[in-house]
Design a protein around this ligand. Structure first.
Ligand SMILES: *[C@@H]1O[C@H](CO)[C@@H](O)[C@H](O)[C@H]1NC(C)=O
Ligand SMILES: *[C@@H]1O[C@H](CO)[C@@H](O)[C@H](O)[C@H]1NC(C)=O
Ligand SMILES: *[C@@H]1O[C@H](CO)[C@@H](O)[C@H](O)[C@H]1NC(C)=O
Length: 175
């Protein structure tokens, strides 16, 4: 009797555990996009500086500068390659002694398999390093409940204009 009670308790616990388990195993997605910071081009620029430190607090790293972006995300490294989405958000020079950006962006997809979905990226970008890593903290559409990270490598940079192309390799787990 005692053991059958114990067994039914165990069965009830197992049922509870099963109910609490996620409905489906997390999906895994790896994708690569090229992020084009279009600083030059006057009215065609896709980056605007909206704030900077007062000149009395100027630093070599531009500490305190805030830029808002609506940068193209393309399939290939060339700006003319297929447009997959937009990187909308901002970056802030957050390092006083070293070049380190705080980036906060949504990658909003407008074409391809992820059209209508987005991912949210927030993290540090130590722009003078060859490889930088930032977390993906969430997503919408096919990327609901997304978590993951991206690795950034500068593909091209024009020191005169500030224009840059950066490869983003993104590794996600999501619903
Ligand atoms: C900014 O500059 C002012 C004036 O020189 C100075 O008093 C202040 O300490 C500076 N602030 C920082 C964070 O360096
Ligand atoms: C990008 O594509 C354009 C047009 O297809 C081409 O003229 C240009 O040379 C390409 N640029 C690079 C860096 O490959
Ligand atoms: C992306 O989705 C929108 C909304 O559903 C649609 O209007 C648009 O045509 C799609 N774009 C492409 C390139 O498929």
């Amino acid at each position: 009797m005692a053991s059958s009670t114990a067994l039914s308790c165990l069965a009830a616990l197992l049922l509870l555990a099963a109910a609490a388990a996620p409905a489906s195993a997390a999906e895994e997605t790896r994708l690569r996009v090229y992020w084009h910071d279009v600083v030059s081009g006057g009215p065609n620029a896709r980056v605007v500086q909206v704030a900077q430190a007062p000149s009395s607090n100027a630093s070599a790293t531009g500490f305190g500068t805030v830029l808002v972006i609506d940068d193209p995300l393309t399939e290939g490294p060339n700006l003319t390659s297929r447009l997959l989405g937009r990187a909308q958000g901002m970056y802030i020079s957050a390092g006083k002694d070293s070049l380190s950006l705080l980036m906060a962006m949504n990658f909003v997809f407008v074409d391809g398999a992820y059209n209508g979905s987005s991912i949210a990226i927030i993290g540090p970008n130590q722009a003078d390093r060859a490889v930088r890593e930032m977390p993906v903290v969430g997503g919408t559409g096919v990327f609901r409940f997304a978590r993951g990270y991206c690795q950034l490598r500068t593909h091209w940079f024009d020191a005169k204009t500030g224009d840059a192309t950066v490869e983003y390799k993104i590794h996600l787990r999501h619903d």
